[in-house]
Design a protein around this ligand. Structure first.
Ligand SMILES: NC(=O)c1ccc[n+]([C@@H]2O[C@H](COP(=O)([O-])OP(=O)(O)OC[C@H]3O[C@@H](n4cnc5c(N)ncnc54)[C@H](O)[C@@H]3O)[C@@H](O)[C@H]2O)c1
Length: 373
């Protein structure tokens, strides 16, 4: 009798990848009927299998439910199989079909969805602050290498301490530092190419480099300063995304690009004359939507993360000089406090990983509810 689900050993999955084969055999031991699978589905499934082939996440096999109950042509199931095999309820149903014979003890699949095993990332502004926090969480999720790109010729003390910490992690990845200016498009593309040549892939990009200037009346705002902010916060974000995206296309391994915008791209910070910053962040929101639409067919997702007030060197320039702002900013959100950099770890983990494969062109606001008032 034909089985409803089949097991595809990793070796076989890899062989299929090499032969660009679009025919899968349904049924145990290769004796079942041959079914031609939609090539688009094969493309959707194969790249993640490459990740798994390097460091298997499941202890025995990649399971696929392309053949479902009654062997029907359920389109939705064909179009939207998880790249990891059945997860969640589908995993429970597959286990039920196995009648408990496949696995006596089952384990949750959610951590596999968040895992970044073997993946390579680039993080601009990664020398300190939010960028460094985001680089570390990517490593903790299993990334092979995370390249932090920032202006100083040498990384700072904080970065070196984090690199030491990473080296002491069991099975930890590598944190690397690259000195480059995000305003230099050619230089950023070269950084991306060098990483691609070295690693043979590119999976995640976090464009976090940014600057904030002093208060200035919008009617008097000097053109040079406006341009300076735009060059880092908008042009630099585009050049960073390009550097990564070009490699994602080169290696065809799909990817997730996360542009760090700000709630200031959607709202104006009360009593702060930041027209250049707010404009630059608003442009990043539209940049992400635009890039998401162009790159979606290539399997590359582009989203923005918009934090609210978080204490870092950037905001310290205001908060340390005008301590009353601490209380004022805290009172501007329903949680009544500033956020911590570590409170962005979860959202970066989600956006970077296969836990968010249907999310693109979106802005994720993490502001303590600032925008809700
Ligand atoms: N801290 C907040 O409250 C907050 C809120 C919303 C958005 N953000 C955004 O988060 C990002 C990170 O901010 P942060 O708070 O960690 O600030 P930060 O000043 O600590 O970090 C910014 C980093 O960007 C780097 N950088 C600046 N210009 C560069 C250039 N030309 N090339 C390469 N690197 C450059 C800096 O050297 C620094 O390491 C920024 O884009 C910022 O606008 C911050």
């Amino acid at each position: 009798m034909m089985r409803n689900a089949f097991m595809l050993p990793l070796r076989q999955a890899t062989a299929i990848r090499r032969q660009q084969c679009v025919v899968w055999r349904i049924g145990g031991g290769g004796t079942g009927p041959v079914r031609v699978v939609n090539p688009a589905l094969v493309q959707q499934l194969l790249p993640p299998l490459q990740h798994q082939a390097r460091r298997p996440i499941s202890n025995c096999a990649v399971r696929c439910n392309a053949g479902n109950n009654n062997n029907n042509n359920n389109k939705s199931q064909q179009q939207s199989s998880s790249p990891l095999g059945p997860v969640g309820v589908a995993a429970a149903l597959a286990a039920a079909e196995g009648g408990g014979r496949m696995e006596r003890v089952v384990r949750p699949t959610i951590w596999d969805e968040f895992a970044l095993r073997d993946r390579v990332a680039i993080v601009s502004g990664g020398n300190r602050g939010l960028g460094l926090e985001m680089a570390l969480v990517l490593i903790e999720m299993g990334a092979r290498t995370v390249y932090c790109v920032d202006l100083p010729a040498q990384p700072g003390k904080e970065w070196v301490a984090v690199q030491e910490y990473v080296k002491r992690m069991d099975d930890g990845g590598r944190l690397e530092y690259v000195s480059a200016d995000v305003r230099d498009q050619k230089a950023m593309w070269r950084v991306g190419e060098d990483i691609g040549d070295r690693e043979g892939r590119m999976d995640v990009c976090v464009a976090a480099a940014g600057i904030l200037k002093a208060h200035r009346d919008c009617l008097e705002y000097p053109g040079e300063e406006f341009e300076e902010v735009m060059k880092v916060n908008t042009n630099g974000v585009l050049f960073t995304a390009q550097a990564a995206g070009r490699q994602m296309v080169r290696f065809g391994n799909r990817g997730s690009i996360i542009l760090i915008a700000s709630m200031s791209g959607s709202i104006t910070n009360k009593d702060h004359a930041w027209v250049s910053y707010n404009t630059s962040k608003s442009a990043v929101l539209q940049m992400a939507r635009s890039m998401a639409c162009e790159l979606g067919p290539k399997g590359i997702r582009v989203n923005t993360l918009s934090p609210g007030h978080i204490y870092t060197s950037m905001t310290a320039a205001y908060l340390d000089a005008q301590p009353h702002l601490y209380e004022k900013w805290s009172g501007l959100n329903p949680l009544g406090r500033l956020g911590r950099p570590d409170e962005l770890r979860g959202v970066i983990a989600w956006l970077a990983s296969d836990a968010s494969t249907f999310c693109t062109g979106s802005d994720i606001l993490v502001s303590g509810g600032h925008h809700a008032w």
